[in-house]
Design a protein around this ligand. Structure first.
Ligand code: CP
Ligand code: NVA
Length: 313
């Protein structure tokens, strides 16, 4: 009988809710799932996952759907355009109805409150598949990838360059949980939310790591082990694309910038990326890049997340 080390959690909404031990347990399970997928072929047999999407997705949709299949279950894709949410059915009713059919819900939404409300009213686990505020599945995968690359994450530094967005927030929440420091470099007006920075700093103090928000990319990258960036305009910000292109001039990850990082530094990006904007192709496709390992690891880490939350139900 599998006793989940995440017993006290119904949902995965934010990395901030997890302890260091819970993240470590997830990574150990993900490593096992990756090494021996055959052992988990029937782990979620007969279980089902509803996947609600208000926004586009390649990685999240495919990795959850394939992951659920590989665990013996079934995932069903629900575009918010096609289900009754799009015609005004409440989140509360949707959560209650879906809970009568499925064993878990994964949701990608604009408002963060949509996911927290789903979790509040659903009797089954809810997994945050990205909101405007957070992207925990991606950041957990990124730290799992760092652990694979370096053997151990303790004492390492991640430099995040660019928009203080959902990725920046989740990476700041994740760093202290895995013993890493996080330095974010963003232009004024595009810094991470102060309340998120404050919470992450509290965690960092307790963990003996650091969270810093600086202005110049060079300040963040110097000596860093992981250099991370994300698009200038996230989903839902398409109308701001031109303004943002100007605001983020100088926030491009170039080979010259990578040379100032640690000699063994890796480059990460959640993807999709825009070569020539936030990162040059010479970096995204160069010797530092682990972007496709990150993308693959979404599958293994999310299978472990589903096991943690759904094996106990
Ligand atoms: N990184 C990520 O979440 O990718 P998708 O938007 O393709 O799901
Ligand atoms: N910040 C990006 C991440 C995409 C995976 C967005 O929200 O569009």
């Amino acid at each position: 009988m599998f006793r989940s080390p995440w017993q006290r959690h119904k949902d995965l909404i934010s990395i901030h809710d997890l302890t260091t031990d819970e993240v470590e347990a997830l990574f150990q399970l993900a490593a096992n799932v990756k090494a021996r997928p055959d052992r988990y072929r029937t782990a979620l047999a007969g279980q089902t996952l509803a996947m609600i999407f208000e926004k586009s997705s390649t990685r999240t949709r495919v990795s959850f759907e394939v992951g659920m299949y590989q665990l013996g279950g079934l995932a069903t894709f629900l575009s918010s355009r096609d289900i009754q949410i799009g015609r005004g059915e409440t989140i509360e009713d949707t959560a209650k109805v879906l809970s009568r059919y499925v064993s878990g819900i994964m949701a990608r939404t604009f408002a963060h409150a949509t996911v927290t409300n789903l979790a509040k009213y659903a009797t089954v686990p809810v997994i945050n598949g990205l909101t405007d505020l957070l992207h925990p599945c991606q950041a957990l995968t990124d730290y799992f990838t760092a652990r694979e690359q370096f053997g151990n994450t303790k004492g390492l530094t991640l430099a995040y360059i660019g928009d203080g967005n959902n990725m920046a927030h989740s990476l700041m929440f994740g760093g202290p949980k895995v013993g890493m420091s996080v330095r974010v470099a963003s232009p004024e007006g595009y810094r991470p939310k102060p309340e998120i920075v404050e919470l992450a700093k509290q965690d960092a103090r307790a963990a003996g790591t650091a969270i810093e928000v600086v202005t110049r990319p060079e300040e963040a990258v110097r000596g860093a082990h992981v250099v991370y960036t994300d698009v200038f305009a996230s989903m839902g910000q398409e109308a701001e694309a031109q303004v943002r292109l100007k605001a983020f001039a100088g926030y491009q990850v170039t080979p010259e910038l990578m040379e100032t990082a640690d000699k063994d530094a890796v480059f990460m990006h959640c993807l999709p990326c825009h070569r020539g904007e936030e990162v040059l192709a010479d970096v995204a496709d160069g010797r530092w890049s682990v972007i496709f390992d990150e993308a693959e690891n979404r599958l293994h880490v999310q299978k472990a997340i589903m096991l943690m939350l759904m094996m106990q139900h």
